[in-house]
Design a protein around this ligand. Structure first.
Ligand code: ATP
Length: 213
């Protein structure tokens, strides 16, 4: 399966102002197993693009298709069930259940569409240094801890595409590296593609495909 971006331009951007963009108005194909980094300053549309690809927003011209299926033509219900096995996401605003514990937040996702056994939650929490937070309510965790919870939650389901919207903004370099290693490993297990949006190119990502908005 592949994602095709065909001449996407958000409705709120004047087409006259996209000439410098490597994404808006261009044709881009993202295939299984590929890693694409979208690097752009604040307010240039990274979140919009991620939400377009995830099917949450349709306020753009152009077409986004998964293989031959144009996502604007899918009903909300059919795209939602398509996503369950094909697309996972880490939202910039994380969208965790604040009154539930870390483990509950991750386990809900794991149970809905299992890819890993429950023990994997402990293993991943240990790798990312939040094993002591598993029984703690999410609302009492720091934002950097919440980002790690959202990362682990996103890795519980099967997927062919993983969308990441500034997932490391509150993580120090050591924790970024640990999280990135885990994400790479999990994408590798599924031969999944990764689309990663961030403000700047991270040092350890150099050498991969980078496009600016
Ligand atoms: N429906 C809309 N109408 C008008 N402007 C919009 C709309 N949606 C987004 N924008 C504007 O488009 C720009 C891009 O927003 P977006 O959240 O996609 O940027 P971003 O690159 O993810 O920013 P950040 O790095 O700060 O999170 C912003 O200036 C935002 O105000």
């Amino acid at each position: 399966m592949q994602i095709n971006l065909q001449e996407i331009v958000p409705d709120y951007i004047d087409k006259k102002n996209i000439s410098g963009s490597q994404v808006w108005g261009k044709n881009i194909i993202i295939k299984k197993g590929e890693h694409l980094h979208i690097v752009a300053p604040s307010g240039t549309g990274k979140t919009s693009l991620i939400h377009f690809i995830y099917g949450l927003r349709k306020d753009y011209t152009g077409n986004i298709s998964y293989d031959a299926t144009d996502i604007k033509k899918l009903s909300t219900e059919s795209f939602s069930s398509f996503r369950q096995n094909k697309i996972s996401i880490i939202f910039q605003d994380l969208r965790l259940f604040e009154d539930q514990t870390t483990r509950e937040n991750i386990e809900i996702k794991r149970r809905l569409h299992p890819f890993h056994p429950p023990e994997m939650i402990d293993e991943m929490a240990g790798r990312l240094g939040i094993e002591t937070k598993l029984s703690q309510q999410v609302k009492t965790c720091s934002y950097g801890e919440k980002q790690r919870i959202a990362i682990i939650r996103s890795l519980m389901q099967p997927f062919e595409f993983l969308l990441l919207d500034e997932p490391y903004s509150h993580l120090d370099e050591v924790n970024r590296k640990k999280a990135m290693d885990l994400i790479y490993e999990e994408c590798g297990k599924r031969n999944a593609a990764m689309i990663f949006a961030d403000l700047k190119e991270l040092d350890f990502l150099k050498g991969e495909k980078v496009l600016t908005l």
